[in-house]
Design a binder for this molecule. Sequence first.
Ligand SMILES: Cc1ncc(C[n+]2csc(CCOP(=O)(O)OP(=O)(O)O)c2C)c(N)n1
Ligand SMILES: [Mg+2]
Length: 344
Amino acid sequence: MAATRTSARPNASKTTGKSKGSNIIEFTAEQELEAYRMMLLIRRFEEKSGQMYGMGLIGGFCHLYIGQEAVVTGVQMSSKDGDAIITGYRDHGHMLACGMDPKGVMAELTGRRGGLSKGKGGSMHMFSKEKHFYGGHGIVGAQVSLGTGLAFANAYRGNDNVSFTYFGDGAANQGQVYESFNMAQLWKLPVIYIIENNRYAMGTAVNRASAQQDFSKRGISFNIPGEQVDGMDVRAVKRAADHAIAWCREGNGPYILEMQTYRYRGHSMSDPAKYRTKEEVQRMRDEHDPIEQVRSRILASNFASEDDLKQIDAGVRAIVAEAAEFATNDPEPDPSELWTDVLV
Ligand SMILES: Cc1ncc(C[n+]2csc(CCOP(=O)(O)OP(=O)(O)O)c2C)c(N)n1
Ligand SMILES: [Mg+2]
């Protein structure tokens, strides 16, 4: 039987910033500030991307991560160099959190030469060998089998790196997810399946599409343990990631983390938003915002002053402004690039 633990759902209990039993480990001042800075960078970057899309500087698909920042931030705080990361198309936050250059990410969004895929991949298709970031995938669920393969590679090489394989609540209903679960457990692969349950797959609410809405239980028939995590609280995310990573590095096989989170913006840039109320979105922002939670704890604990936080804010804004400037002025790829990096 899988060990399934349950923590409070963000939509069921108001987050107070206080410890919630054993599911929370308090952060040090350094950790709170690290989490605050990273989540703010992701949010400001995404806000700027949204603006630039509106100005016509970004074409094609663009899926913003606003609201979900605590998930990738908390997991990355637990990771070590060499751990692999792979996700779907809502990927800008993952790239920033694993240390990829914001200028290169933004210039890829605008299709410029300095973009991480030389301006030829766009929002959903960026990679970094150096940071072990394997994309960026537009086919829902496809990254799950690839992430399992990355874990196989680490096991084959005999290192103790893990594969963080992120996917959504909608992707969790894809068949290849379960083929991957089977092989991962059979071969005890070091993969952490991180299900970002933001409660919607495009306009379809989880309860309309999923027979088993407790995603931490999705591995039960493969004996893969799972855990539900308050994905709006970066401390809960980090604690759960620490546990899952230790499980994997010790050679116990895969682990499932259901991150209960929420996206504030539409699915992509055009979204009729008729599937949920404005009040629902506002309530999540008011009561569970991951950045506000950290900010109020920092101030309450005197880890930093309002002025210190303003300085962090200014630093983050400067990074994003520089990225936007670069992504606007960098030239487009030469037409000859149409014939490079093409697999035949
Ligand atoms: C195989 C496949 N089917 C359908 C689509 C169209 N599609 C794009 S995103 C999406 C919803 C996925 O939702 P979820 O997995 O919850 O991720 P989220 O967008 O919430 O992050 C769908 C159906 C696709 N890209 N690929
Ligand atoms: Mg979803």
